[in-house]
Write a protein that binds this ligand. Structure first.
Ligand code: NAD
Length: 293
């Protein structure tokens, strides 16, 4: 069994991003600029945003954080996005989820100009992904595809089961793996909360991708011997033995599944670090498009 080291892989990609920024700056161009909007003070969101800002700083991007109270109005957020859409030093705009209930994720996603939609959530980018046209690919599936490539995991003709159908992970993941490309060419089954007898599907997966948000839902009995197992889930589970008072858990029961599969991503240190890389790669691409077009 091979543990897929997302942390190490992300470090390698970070070095490449840094090199590209150095080249841009050396030829007199500006570094890529990313704007992050953060609403409220959800602990997990604070951590994700801090990691994104740190990685931007490490590779030489300009990153700006726009903080809002939980009570901020939807129109205030939309106005901020609109200003950023017209700001020529900003290449990418993202709004950290989750949002308060009075703010519509759909309105937010559609307000970000598709050319600055480095999360790849705008319908324009999601639609272009489906049609296999150049687009910004949602960062988590993009990162997972790079892990699959790096670890030379064969996907052609394999049966991939994606558990979860969100626009952020499950849906784009299933499209990427079913495309006629390398990696790709899988036969994909999508499972979700209304799937009856989930185990009957997961047991038939050569490649199992869990993006559910339900800690340790997938047990060894639900996994085929020798499967490739990618765990996207991250949930904070209370644990008084730790300093923070919680532990991060994936959707996979790691200790028992690890004994049965061929490849597995740990949580933390698997998919998470590559999500940030996917986001920064999209931002670099947006910057190059803005600078050279
Ligand atoms: P979501 O809540 O939008 O979607 C969850 C999906 O799981 C839904 O499609 C739902 O139908 C399905 N589901 C729920 N219960 C199920 C069940 N019992 N059986 C089968 N399917 C079930 O969540 P999301 O945004 O897609 O995120 C999923 C998980 O991945 C979360 O834990 C999230 O924190 C994590 N995540 C991690 C990263 C990363 O970088 N590692 C990035 C994004 C999301």
């Amino acid at each position: 069994m091979t543990i897929i080291d997302g942390k190490q892989t992300a470090e390698e990609y970070k070095a490449l991003l840094k090199q590209e920024v150095n080249v841009l700056v050396a030829i007199g161009k500006r570094p890529p600029g990313l704007a992050i909007l953060l609403i409220g003070n959800n602990g997990a969101s604070e951590t994700y945003v801090a990691n994104k800002l740190k990685t931007c700083h490490d590779v030489g991007f300009n990153a700006s954080l726009f903080r809002f109270e939980n009570t901020v109005s939807e129109s205030e957020i939309l106005n901020c996005i609109n200003e950023l859409n017209f700001n020529s030093s900003i290449d990418g705009v993202i709004v950290q989820s989750p949002f308060p209930n009075h703010i519509s994720p759909q309105k937010i996603n559609e307000a970000i100009h598709p050319a600055k939609d480095v999360d790849g959530f705008h319908p324009m980018n999601a639609g272009r992904l489906q049609q296999n046209k150049p687009c910004y690919i949602a960062a988590t599936p993009k990162g997972i595809m790079q892990l699959i490539e790096k670890y030379k995991i064969e996907t052609q003709g394999k049966h991939c089961v994606v558990v979860g159908r969100s626009n952020i992970v499950g849906m784009p993941m299933s499209i990427l793996l079913s495309r006629n490309s390398k990696p790709g060419n899988c036969t994909v089954t999508i499972c979700h909360s209304k799937t009856v007898d989930l185990a009957s599907y997961t047991k038939r997966a050569d490649i199992l991708i869990a993006a559910i948000g339900s800690p340790e839902l997938i047990t060894a009995a639900m996994v085929k011997e020798g499967a490739v197992v990618i765990d996207v889930g991250i949930t904070r589970v209370a644990d008084q033995a730790t300093k923070s008072g919680y532990k991060l858990k994936g959707d996979i029961k790691y200790d028992e599944v690890a004994n049965k599969c061929s490849f597995i991503t740990p949580v933390p240190g698997g998919v998470g670090p590559m999500t940030i890389i996917g986001l920064l790669q999209n931002t670099l691409l947006a910057a190059k498009n803005a600078i050279y077009n």
